[in-house]
Design a protein around this ligand. Structure first.
Ligand SMILES: Nc1nc2c(c(=O)[nH]1)N[C@H]1C(S)=C(S)[C@@H](COP(=O)(O)O)O[C@H]1N2
Ligand SMILES: [Mo]
Length: 187
């Protein structure tokens, strides 16, 4: 595999390992809500049906876990980060976004990273509904950074002026997490 696909210190796996500190959420499509709050002019509170009606995109991205494995060429279908920002009318004062899981697990990233074309809120993986173990019904995929920033069981976004480090970012993992610069730890 050529070096331009594999960041330093990573090895490729064909499996799709499952990593998590919490458990798959109980998904009831009649009760599920997706909330967008904070620095936005149009806060969102969407049902599952409404979420599925948002214009979707398909992207193919590589997935790099900070523990060393990379899974290449994952096809994701869902709503782009850019589209959600447009819908919620994110204010220019917002600099960061906190991605929130049902369990309370969070991760943060910059707006700049969130609106890249390789950031998606995904409900399908390789043509199938996203499995509960991989974050179904919905997860974020922020492919340009390590996978601890791709939040499984995503139920909300909070746009903020000041950065709010998430679960792993508060525990010594790098706040930005660019795999090409091997930004694994914050010390
Ligand atoms: N809700 C939640 N999302 C999470 C995690 C978690 O523990 N809980 N772990 C992160 C980490 S460290 C990785 S590597 C990926 C793993 O995704 P996968 O289990 O689909 O491979 O999910 C990320 N998102
Ligand atoms: Mo990870």
């Amino acid at each position: 595999m050529s070096d331009d696909r594999i960041p330093p210190g990573q090895h490729v796996t064909d499996r799709f390992p499952v990593l998590q500190i919490d458990r798959p959420m109980r998904f009831d499509p009649t009760k599920w809500r997706f909330e967008v709050t904070g620095e936005v002019d149009n806060p969102l509170n969407l049902t599952w049906q409404q979420f599925l009606e948002i214009p979707s995109v398909r992207i193919v991205t590589d997935f790099h876990c900070v523990t060393g494995w990379s899974r290449l060429d994952n096809e994701w279908k869902g709503v782009s980060g850019k589209e959600i920002c447009r819908m919620a009318r994110v204010r220019p004062t917002a600099r960061h976004v906190v991605m929130i899981a049902d369990s309370g697990y969070t991760s943060n990233t910059t707006i700049e990273t969130f609106i890249r074309d390789d950031t998606i809120l995904a409900y399908k993986w390789n043509g199938k509904d996203l499995e509960p173990l991989h974050g179904g019904p919905l997860r974020s995929v922020v492919a340009s950074v390590y996978a601890y920033k791709s939040v499984k069981w995503l139920v909300g976004l909070r746009f903020v002026k000041e950065d709010e480090p998430g679960y792993w970012e508060r525990r010594g993992y790098h706040n930005r997490g660019d795999p090409w610069r091997e930004e694994r730890y914050s010390y």
